[in-house]
Design a protein around this ligand. Structure first.
Ligand code: CA
Length: 420
C-alpha cells in the first residue's frame, strides 16, 4: 500500500490517498492553494518554485498563487489529476531522488498554524432535497403521515436556488437571524430573533466545467463535470421557514448562513468508495434522468453538538449512500432546461437522513419538531433547537481496506442576535 515518508496516523482523514485541495494563508503567505496531508498543508506554489512539478506553465503558477481554486479547476482535469499524482509521488516513501536540493519541510506548514478560506469563489448555489428518509419524515410531521412524499418527489430531484453570498468556511461563527414568524395560535405574524435555529447535515459538490446556456449535461456523463466534494451545513431557521415557504419555497429561513468544509476531496480519491445504488427506481423515472449503473459513495457522516458550557455529544451518524437521487441525476435534471453551469458552482445534497432514529440529519427530525428533545448524558441538559453559544461540528470520511479518505470537519457556533 502507498505510504508517505511523513508520519500520518491511521485515523487521519488526510492520508496520501486523499490529497484534497484548499485555500490557506499564514502570516507570511497570502491566501493560495494547498493540499492536506496528515496534519500538514502542502504549499503547492513552493513546490512549483522549487521546480518539482512536471508542469512548469505560467498558467499553473498563477493558479497556484490565486486566492481561490477556480483558475486551477479551469485548467482542466489533465492538469489537476496530474498535480495530485505528482504530489502523491513526491510525498511517498522512497521518493528522495525526486527532491534534489529541496528540503521537503520547506514546502509544508502545520495545519493548526494556517487559516483556511473558502476553497472556490462560488457563483451559484443550489440545494437539493434528495434523501427520501428526510423528505418522508418532514412530510409526515408537516402534512400527512400516511402520504408523506409529495407526488413529484420520486420523479424530480427537487431543489431550490440559494444565495452563495451567505456561504462561509468552517470556523466562521454566525448570529441568530431575525425574521418574521407566526405562532400557530396567533392570528398575525411577529418580528424578532428566530427561536428555532437548526442544522442540516449535507454534502455538496463543485462544478468543474462551464456549460453554455441551452446545453444539457447527460445523466451518464455528469461526473465529468464534478471537481470534488465537501461537507455542507445548511443552517436553517425553522420558524421563519414554516411561515414563509408556501408557495415559492425556502427563502430567509435559509440564506443567513451556510457553512462548508475547507478541503475539496477529488472524485479520483473517492472512487474506491463507490457503491451501487438500486438501478431501478420505483416508479420508473423519465429517460433523461435514467442512469445506467447508478452509484454513490460510502461516506460516513456524523454531527457533534457542543453546548455553550462545553458538553459534547454525537447526535447523529448517517451516510452519503442513503440518498435516493445520485449526483449525476441531480446535475442532469438541473441542466435539462438549458440552465448553464459555471466552474465553482455548488450543488448540495439536501439533509441526509438514514433509516434509523440515530441517523437523522437535522434537529427538526431528531427532536420530532421539539416533542422529543436531545438529552445530554453528562449533565441532563436538553435541546430542541440551538441556543446561543452552541456549536455543531459535522465530520465525514470513507474507509476501506485500511485506506481512509476524509473531509475533516465543518464547524460553526451560533452567536446571540445582533442588537439593532
Ligand atoms: Ca438544505
Amino acid at each position: 500500500m502507498l505510504k508517505s515518508f511523513l508520519p500520518i496516523p491511521s485515523d487521519s482523514d488526510f492520508s496520501i490517498h486523499n490529497l484534497p485541495l484548499g485555500i490557506f494563508s499564514t502570516e507570511e503567505l497570502s491566501a493560495r492553494a494547498g493540499m492536506a496531508l496528515g496534519n500538514q498543508v502542502i504549499h503547492l506554489a513552493a513546490l512549483f518554485e522549487a521546480g518539482l512539478l512536471e508542469n512548469q506553465s505560467s498558467e499553473l503558477k498563477d493558479a497556484l498563487h490565486a486566492p481561490v481554486l477556480n483558475n486551477l479547476i479551469a485548467l482542466g482535469p489533465e492538469v489537476w489529476k496530474a498535480l495530485r499524482l505528482r504530489v502523491q509521488l513526491l510525498f511517498s516513501e522512497r521518493s528522495q531522488s525526486l527532491w534534489g536540493n529541496t528540503r521537503p519541510d520547506s514546502v509544508f506548514v502545520k495545519q493548526d498554524s494556517v487559516q483556511m478560506h473558502l476553497p472556490v469563489a462560488i457563483g451559484d448555489y443550489t440545494d437539493f432535497y434528495s434523501s427520501e428518509y428526510h423528505a418522508a419524515n418532514v412530510g409526515a410531521m408537516f402534512r400527512d403521515p400516511q402520504n408523506p412524499l409529495l407526488p413529484n418527489w420520486k420523479h424530480i430531484p427537487v431543489g431550490y436556488h440559494g444565495r452563495s453570498s451567505s456561504i462561509v468556511v468552517s470556523g466562521t461563527d454566525f448570529h441568530r437571524p431575525y425574521g418574521q414568524t407566526k405562532a400557530p395560535t396567533s392570528e398575525i405574524p411577529s418580528f424578532g430573533p428566530s427561536k428555532q435555529v437548526d442544522m442540516e447535515l449535507e454534502t455538496g459538490f463543485i462544478i468543474s466545467r462551464n456549460t453554455n446556456q441551452g446545453s444539457r449535461i447527460g445523466v451518464n456523463e455528469a461526473e465529468d463535470f464534478i471537481f470534488g466534494m465537501l461537507l455542507f451545513n445548511d443552517w436553517s431557521a425553522r420558524d421563519l421557514q414554516s411561515w414563509e415557504y408556501v408557495p415559492l419555497g425556502p427563502f430567509l429561513g435559509k440564506n443567513f448562513c451556510s457553512s462548508v468544509s475547507p478541503w475539496l476531496v477529488s472524485m479520483e480519491a473517492l472512487k474506491p468508495f463507490r457503491v451501487a445504488m438500486p438501478e431501478k427506481q420505483e416508479p420508473e423515472v423519465l429517460n433523461y434522468i435514467k442512469q445506467e449503473n447508478r452509484w454513490t459513495y460510502d461516506i460516513h457522516l456524523e454531527a457533534e453538538f457542543e453546548l455553550a458550557h462545553g458538553q459534547k455529544e454525537i447526535i447523529t451518524k448517517t451516510n452519503q449512500k442513503y440518498l435516493y437521487w445520485s449526483m449525476n441525476q441531480q446535475l442532469a435534471h438541473h441542466t435539462v432546461n438549458g440552465c448553464p453551469m459555471r466552474i465553482g458552482d455548488l450543488l448540495a445534497s439536501g439533509t441526509i437522513s438514514g433509516p434509523d432514529p440515530d441517523s437523522l440529519g437535522c434537529l427538526l427530525e431528531i427532536t420530532r419538531r421539539g416533542q422529543n428533545p436531545v438529552s445530554f448524558k453528562a449533565d441532563g441538559s436538553t435541546r430542541n433547537f440551538m441556543e446561543d453559544g452552541d456549536r455543531i461540528t459535522v465530520r465525514g470520511y470513507a474507509e476501506k481496506d485500511g485506506i481512509r479518505v476524509g473531509f475533516g470537519e465543518v464547524t460553526g457556533k451560533l452567536l446571540p442576535p445582533i442588537a439593532f
